[in-house]
Design a protein around this ligand. Structure first.
Ligand SMILES: C[C@](O)(CO)[C@H](O)COP(=O)(O)OP(=O)(O)OC[C@H]1O[C@@H](n2ccc(N)nc2=O)[C@H](O)[C@@H]1O
Ligand SMILES: Nc1ncnc2c1ncn2[C@@H]1O[C@H](COP(=O)(O)OP(=O)(O)OP(=O)(O)O)[C@@H](O)[C@H]1O
Length: 294
């Protein structure tokens, strides 16, 4: 997918404008502790992939925020795109509003951060269109109020993350090809984090390097064992992919991925995917397509 040319700053403010919201992969995820409020302390690494939702936005003069597309599972008031727009309005006192249309490509409950990415894209795009002038760290802090995964999408670069995912340092990750599989199940993040058998005391590590297999040794996803126990379809997908390359679950699942040296090698494995699993070949990106927007 070509991510260039998504945004044309010269378009009239009240025309529809399209903004991409890419999915993320967690290249590893260690749970190192738990805060008094129940949220878990993590160490993880995020990179972006070219599986994207598209948010179309039209500025309104009357201050209303409206979602004009259907998303059957999520009522408009609960939709993170609407909540992000409202939050920015409240934080800045901006009198403008927006119509928001979401073309969803990122599966929900997949551990790909689709809802979080949609929210981040709305914060970035409306900050620009409404000319609010908030800088990136302020937008990241606003984003954290919507979800632990929102800040990295605002940050806009592959990152090593600590805290609950909001303490971010930019890292360079090879822009590899991945096979991404979606088992036929949605995994609720809160259910995985609240499982009694979740390992919560993985020893903190120094910032890892992502060069080759050797530098990734010892990095795993602590949420994977619990997700596989509760949702055996995740284990089935991992077993399939594991035949060809080192495979891992992203976030709290359900999606799993493996890295390949070329698009062709990834395609060859995708073609073998058994029925019942949705499969993509995707490319990793270090720089979010809206990184330059401000
Ligand atoms: C698993 C990850 O996707 C890794 O990137 C994120 O940590 C989850 O981020 P998210 O989907 O934005 O999650 P949120 O909407 O903030 O949280 C959903 C629920 O997961 C649990 N949760 C989430 C993040 C975290 N660090 N500790 C938690 O315990 C909390 O019960 C929370 O109510
Ligand atoms: N715009 C949106 N797109 C997707 N989900 C949304 C949206 N707004 C609210 N949600 C809610 O958020 C939940 C999580 O969606 P999301 O796609 O972010 O899951 P996920 O990929 O598992 O995320 P994560 O990796 O952050 O845990 C959905 O089940 C849905 O109820």
């Amino acid at each position: 997918m070509d991510l260039a040319g998504w945004h044309d700053p010269d378009t009239m403010m009240n025309d529809w404008q399209d903004f991409p919201a890419p999915a993320k992969l967690n290249l590893f995820l260690h749970v190192t502790g738990r805060r008094p409020d129940g949220y878990h302390l993590l160490q993880t690494a995020f990179t972006f992939i070219d599986l994207c939702d598209t948010i179309s936005i039209r500025v309104r003069a009357d201050g209303q925020i409206r979602r004009v597309s259907e998303l059957a599972e999520v009522p408009p008031e609960a939709d993170l795109v609407v909540r992000a727009a409202r939050l920015l309005q409240q934080a800045t006192g901006c009198p403008l509003g927006a119509d928001l249309r979401v073309d969803k490509q990122i599966p929900m409950g997949g551990g790909l951060g689709g809802g979080s990415s949609d929210a981040a894209t709305v914060l970035l795009a409306l900050n620009h269109l409404w000319q609010c002038g908030l800088d990136r760290p302020v937008l990241q802090a606003l984003g954290l109020q919507l979800g632990a995964d929102v800040p990295v999408f605002v940050f806009g670069h592959s990152a090593f993350a600590e805290g609950v995912g909001e303490v971010l340092q930019a890292i360079e990750v090879p822009e590899d090809w991945y096979v991404l599989l979606r088992p036929p199940v949605q995994v609720p993040t809160a259910e995985i984090f609240s499982a009694p058998d979740l390992t919560r005391n993985t020893k903190p590590i120094k910032m890892p390097v992502f060069r080759d297999d050797a530098t990734r040794r010892g990095l795993s996803n602590d949420l994977q064992r619990v997700a596989c126990r509760l949702y055996p379809q995740v284990a089935t997908a991992l077993d399939f992919l594991q035949q060809y390359a080192e495979a891992m679950m992203t976030g709290s699942g359900a999606c799993v991925f493996a890295r390949f040296g070329s698009k062709e090698a990834a395609e060859a494995v995708r073609k073998k995917t058994p029925q019942g699993l949705q499969a993509w070949v995707v490319r990793g990106y270090n720089v979010h397509p809206l990184r330059k927007l401000n």
